[in-house]
Write a protein that binds this ligand. Structure first.
Ligand code: SAM
Ligand code: DTB
Ligand code: SF4
Length: 331
């Protein structure tokens, strides 16, 4: 059997999408993708990737935690929740000059996008105002801007757009079925409402999830299907491998087979052909070879810089060496 006559039928492209009520990707179809023989899945992902992107290019985003720790939410993976004793110390909102200087350094090191993260349930109006100034200042450096500030209230996405925000990151994290095992202080629907506000304001949507929280394959397929069935699907899809932090409830979870992680990347690529799929948290634990497989599976973006929000990320030197070893270029 050739890859093209294998059991999983590819739904029509977005251009030829069926009636809006029909799901482009039923969960069962994504499960079939995840269950394909590895070489077949990677071949499919490569085909889709090459039809839509130059496979040698990787987009680089740098993260900065602009407000760290003390978060009232109970996301079981997160070192910044005030409910868990993780050793992360609370820090007030950074002054704007520190943010701009970090963005300038990121640009000089080769990043094209700068993402500002805050450990809030969501911003109050008095929190948002200084962030709007940060967005304007980072944009003025000639970088793409991204923010992840939690749930947005009506009108806040428009203010961010007017300040020059290009992307808003807000993750669904996992499937609707498994979500309640991970977070109790905000619902799946709360997240979807924020994503709608971002989309309606005309900001690009960055939305993905985490692998390795004890979910099963059905949940992984459920997350990918949720993302792929959004109308339109997100422009940017971060796939995080859980970073296990001592003190969080998920510390000690069974770690994921890296090949299963690669499968999730491939499924994201196949179901969201034009999205940037970001190989996100968890790279410090991955070998160069594992990351190379992720790129082959269609990942074409990474977080670049030696820190994520509170945990580590590979040093810039290591990433530059990796890309050079693979003959790939930052974009
Ligand atoms: N507080 C905001 C929110 O939750 O939307 C923004 C920051 S929050 C840290 C952004 C995302 O980081 C989470 O949705 C989650 O997907 C990811 N994340 C947080 N802790 C993580 C961990 N230990 N491992 C992997 N991903 C993590
Ligand atoms: C995303 O999906 N991953 C990033 C970003 N969006 C904000 C965050 C990863 C955080 C990992 C844990 C930490 O460093 O605190
Ligand atoms: Fe707070 Fe965001 Fe961490 Fe959840 S993921 S505890 S909302 S900082």
């Amino acid at each position: 059997m050739t890859p093209l006559d294998s059991p999983v039928s590819l739904p029509p492209s977005r251009a030829a999408a069926p009636a809006p009520t029909a799901e482009r990707w039923p969960v069962a179809e994504v499960e079939k993708l995840l269950a394909l023989p590895f070489p077949e899945l990677l071949f499919r992902a490569q085909q889709v990737h090459r039809e839509n992107f130059d496979p040698t290019q990787v987009q680089l985003s740098t993260l900065l935690s602009i407000k760290t720790g003390g978060c009232p939410e109970d996301c079981a993976y997160c070192p910044q929740s005030a409910r868990f004793d993780t050793g992360v110390s609370d820090q007030a909102l950074l002054p704007i000059d520190q943010v701009v200087s970090a963005a300038r350094d990121a640009k000089a090191a080769g990043a094209t996008r700068f993402c500002m993260g805050a450990a809030w349930r969501g911003p109050k109006q008095r929190d948002l105002e200084p962030v709007l100034d940060m967005v304007k200042a980072v944009k003025a450096l000639g970088m793409e801007t991204c923010a992840t500030l939690g749930l947005l209230k009506d009108g806040q996405a428009e203010q961010l757009r007017d300040a020059g925000l290009d992307y808003y990151n807000h993750n669904l994290d996992t499937s609707p079925d498994f979500y309640g095992d991970i977070i109790s202080t905000r619902t799946y629907q709360d997240r979807l409402t924020t994503l709608d506000r971002v989309r309606d304001a005309g900001i690009h949507v960055c939305c993905g999830g985490i692998v390795g929280m004890g979910e099963d394959t059905h949940d992984r397929a459920g997350l990918i299907a949720q993302l792929a069935n959004m109308e339109p699907y997100p422009e940017s899809v971060p796939i995080n491998s859980l970073v296990q932090v001592e003190g969080t409830p998920l510390h000690g979870s069974q770690s994921v087979d890296i090949l299963d992680f690669v499968r999730v990347i491939a499924a994201a690529r196949i179901t969201m052909p034009k999205a940037h799929v970001r190989l996100s948290a968890g790279r410090t634990q991955m070998s160069d070879e594992a990351q190379a497989l992720c790129f082959l599976a269609g990942a074409n973006s990474i977080f670049y810089g030696d820190k994520l929000l509170t945990t580590g990320n590979p040093e810039g030197d290591r990433d530059r060496a990796l890309l050079q070893r693979l003959g790939m270029q930052p974009a």
